[in-house]
Design a protein around this ligand. Structure first.
Ligand SMILES: CC(C)(COP(=O)(O)OP(=O)(O)OC[C@H]1O[C@@H](n2cnc3c(N)ncnc32)[C@H](O)[C@@H]1OP(=O)(O)O)[C@@H](O)C(=O)NCCC(=O)NCCS
Length: 172
């Protein structure tokens, strides 16, 4: 079941995110890695900053978590995480499609340039890698991240049309 997260999900969200984030260990720049990757205070700050989190729940367990943040002219997909043991089962795709269905605005996603599996995942879902110039501009405009993260990140985008088309495509 995909549903919106509630305050009582916080512990499980934190656990699922940090389990999934192990994928970054040894891949992203060492100076950006820390454990837990997302401390509870940072997760709470993101919620206060209006990242709306959704989750895929199975038997009372949060298996995947994904956030969406309205930035006016665009929306951002933030913090996409599926538990390590459940990857490649279509959960990330289900969550992403669900969030895409909540908006008709252009969608931007930022990720580590070294996270090639994530870039691949988004490209397969119809997102296009932005140029270095567009990436820098968008990260500065819509995100609040340190300069070092800007240098080592990439932004992917899907047009509003793309998102709207998805809404009218029949499900197979
Ligand atoms: C990126 C991430 C969220 C994707 O979630 P996921 O649930 O593994 O994604 P899906 O299963 O929907 O799709 C992943 C792959 O599995 C394949 N797949 C989907 N359903 C499948 C199934 N039933 N059987 C086998 N393979 C399947 C898809 O073709 C896809 O292949 P691709 O990655 O080569 O395109 C997840 O890998 C993750 O949490 N990674 C670590 C954190 C991270 O990188 N997050 C992104 C931050 S922006």
């Amino acid at each position: 079941m995909i549903r919106r997260c509630t305050p009582s999900d916080l512990q499980q969200m934190h656990a699922a995110i940090n389990d999934a984030a192990q994928a970054y260990k040894g891949v992203i720049p060492d100076d950006r890695w820390h454990e837990p990757y997302i401390p509870m205070e940072e997760l709470e700050a993101e919620i206060r900053d209006r990242v709306v989190f959704w989750c895929l729940e199975e038997d009372g367990q949060l298996i995947g978590v994904m956030g969406i943040q309205d930035k006016g002219d665009v929306v951002l997909i933030r913090h996409a995480y599926v538990r390590t043991s459940r990857r490649h089962g279509g959960i990330g795709t289900q969550l992403l499609k669900h969030l895409e269905g909540l908006t008709t605005k252009p969608i931007l996603i930022g990720t580590w340039r070294a996270a090639i599996w994530a870039i691949d995942f988004y490209e397969r879902n119809g997102y296009l890698i932005q140029s270095r110039k567009e990436t820098d501009r968008d990260l500065r405009r819509y995100w609040n991240i340190p300069e070092r993260q800007i240098e080592t990140s990439v932004v992917l985008a899907k047009s509003a049309e793309g998102a709207a088309n998805q809404l009218i495509q029949p499900t197979s």
